[in-house]
Design a binder for this molecule. Structure first.
Ligand code: NAD
Ligand code: GLY
Length: 350
């Protein structure tokens, strides 16, 4: 097992390894004071991991209640959020009690926002069960729900008190969902770590899960400690996301987030080559590794379409979009780009 410690507005540990879920009760006890725990989970994950999690917490002396909602992004909304807050109130959780978010990014975001809001903030533990949640959403305190006007439009920065990442839970993930998480893993390599990227090139989907997740979490920890509230360096984590958002939105979310991010990274890197910021060799390595992981590097959508949908991304500020542009493996630049110039970047990268 590896442990990474985050010191932001809250200091907390992230434990990563096989069987870490079996330590949930003992780890929750170490946090102190709590008597009750509410497990928040969803209809795919809870039947697999809910039973053992409840038993483990009960054996450690906690009273456990579970709130389980239908799996999928469609549930990450105001209705489920209010149902959860009411459930916490009806079950009389107090400020010293705990929420456990057992699931992927949907559960983590929703449960985290409920933890931030209920009684003006109660502690929560993230137990990520997807690769994406392990390397990204469970770390760093971004919590959110979707509004009819768009994804993640209501939320809070609210750090968990503990993260338990049991790599065994990834064994039940559909391959396609695992590949989606790989897009985020590849992103960390391109942004910060040539050695990580090389390991992915060498091993493909058989990469060392504990080591790679730990490395990604360390990299995210460093970013969050530098810029917890997303006003500077944290922006780099948007590599592939700005144009990827256009791909996702244009497909009406039929194309998954991971595949859209992979396409976004490919487009921006090809454009970087055309603009003389990145070598063709670096771009070739990225395209090869994406293909090796079964991720797309091309889209059928036109530059016009992508431009329109990319502009609805909430990351835009005024008349400028901050593009994250690879210069080398492990080195990316933030390039403020006037909205007018964005279409030619997209066109160059198609
Ligand atoms: P998800 O939570 O919907 O999980 C994806 C699918 O995998 C679902 O069908 C789920 O039921 C299933 N699943 C989860 N764990 C499983 C397991 N162990 N075995 C079998 N099936 C399992 O989606 P996700 O990709 O984990 O997360 C996407 C969400 O995360 C989005 O809402 C996105 O906005 C959010 N996100 C948040 C942050 C952040 O910093 N807070 C960062 C990135 C993404
Ligand atoms: N997932 C992007 C961030 O945490 O900032």
């Amino acid at each position: 097992m590896n442990t990474v410690t985050v010191s932001a507005s809250k200091t907390y540990d992230i434990h990563i390894g096989c069987g870490v879920l079996n330590t949930l009760g003992a780890q929750a006890q170490l946090l102190g004071q709590a008597r009750k725990v509410c497990i928040v989970s969803e209809s795919t994950v809870y039947p697999i991991y809910g039973g053992p999690a409840v038993k483990n917490l009960e054996n450690a002396g906690f009273e456990v209640v579970s709130f389980v909602f239908p799996s999928g992004e469609e549930s990450k909304n105001g209705k489920t959020f209010l149902q959860l807050l009411n459930f916490l109130a009806e079950n009389k959780l107090t400020r010293s009690d705990l929420i456990v978010a057992l699931g992927g990014g949907v559960v983590g975001d929703l449960a985290g926002f409920a933890a931030a809001s209920f009684l003006r903030g109660i502690r929560f533990i993230q137990v990520p069960t997807t690769l994406l949640a392990a390397v990204d959403s469970s770390v760093g305190g971004k919590t959110a729900i979707d509004l009819p006007a768009g994804k993640n439009l209501a939320g809070a920065f609210y750090q968990p008190s503990l993260v338990l990442c049991d790599t065994d839970t990834l064994n039940s993930l559909p391959t396609d969902t695992f590949r989606d998480g790989c897009a985020e893993v590849i992103k960390y390599g391109v942004l910060y770590d040539p050695q990580l990227f090389f390991h992915l090139e060498e091993k493909g989907l058989d990469f060392d899960r504990e080591a790679v997740i730990t490395r990604c979490v360390e990299l995210k920890r460093d970013v969050v400690m530098e810029d917890e509230f997303d006003t500077g360096a944290r922006m780099k984590l948007n590599l592939g996301h700005t144009i990827g958002h256009g791909v996702e939105a244009k497909s009406r979310f039929e194309i998954s987030h991971g595949k859209a991010v992979a396409t976004g990274m490919a487009i921006i890197t090809r454009a970087a080559v055309k603009n003389g910021l990145c070598s063709a060799a670096v771009c070739g390595r990225l395209l090869r590794v994406l293909a090796q992981f079964g991720l797309p590097t091309k889209t059928e959508f036109s530059a016009d379409d992508l431009f329109t949908y990319t502009l609805s991304d909430k990351k835009r500020s005024g008349g400028t979009v901050k593009l994250i542009v690879p210069r080398a493996i492990g080195d990316c630049a933030i390039v403020p780009t006037p909205v007018d110039a964005l279409k030619s970047w997209i066109q160059a990268g198609l």
